[in-house]
Design a protein around this ligand. Sequence first.
Ligand SMILES: N[C@@H](CCC(=O)N[C@@H](CS)C(=O)NCC(=O)O)C(=O)O
Length: 215
Amino acid sequence: MPKYRLHYFPESGNSYKLALMLTLCGQTFEGVWTDFGGGVTRTEQWRRDVNPMGEIPVLEVDGKKLTQTAPILLQLAEQYGKFGDETAEEKFELLRWLFWDNHKLTGYMATYRFMRTFTPSGDPQVLKFLRWRVDDFLRILEQHLQQNAFAIGARPSVADISMMAYLHYPADEHGYDFATSHPAIAAWLARIAALPGWKPAYELLPGKRLTHYAK
Ligand SMILES: N[C@@H](CCC(=O)N[C@@H](CS)C(=O)NCC(=O)O)C(=O)O
């Protein structure tokens, strides 16, 4: 069995994507809490020794350091035969939503939530712009989930794990009450939370948390 070490911080939805995937695949991992708020990932030493891209998460597999959640999720899906695709058409759809998530949904939601909640004074104009972008991406996802139980259809895949990560955090962090504003997203989040073995981020990723500034 491979030995996994996950470099993370608890508020990192990107870390949660990997923690959840490993957990749903019946794997355990050693967590390496990382002082993201203290700027560790910006130091030359951390970039030299852990991740030259300067990002969390990093997944060590038997000592080999892997980064970028999308290819890691795809690799785990293939290795454990779970949450992957079964046809060429599904593969295309899965990649389509995974790329969209990395570029749009996670990319903007993570930035918006971080500035809104975990920085002392987010620039109102920047926040307004990010919220406007996130609103649009959530509208797109809501419409897709009105027609589909999961990203690629009837079965959950790593695209769902990727897209749900930042949305499942408490409402006072991302600022959306999905049950009211986006009922199809709320129902989809509940379907994922019902998967055997599912756990929320703050259970899988313990440790010191960032200061919560949002009112
Ligand atoms: N595409 C990357 C995104 C990773 C990412 O942006 N991680 C955040 C923390 S959750 C980070 O380290 N950000 C540092 C920065 O943007 O400078 C992935 O999927 O792993």
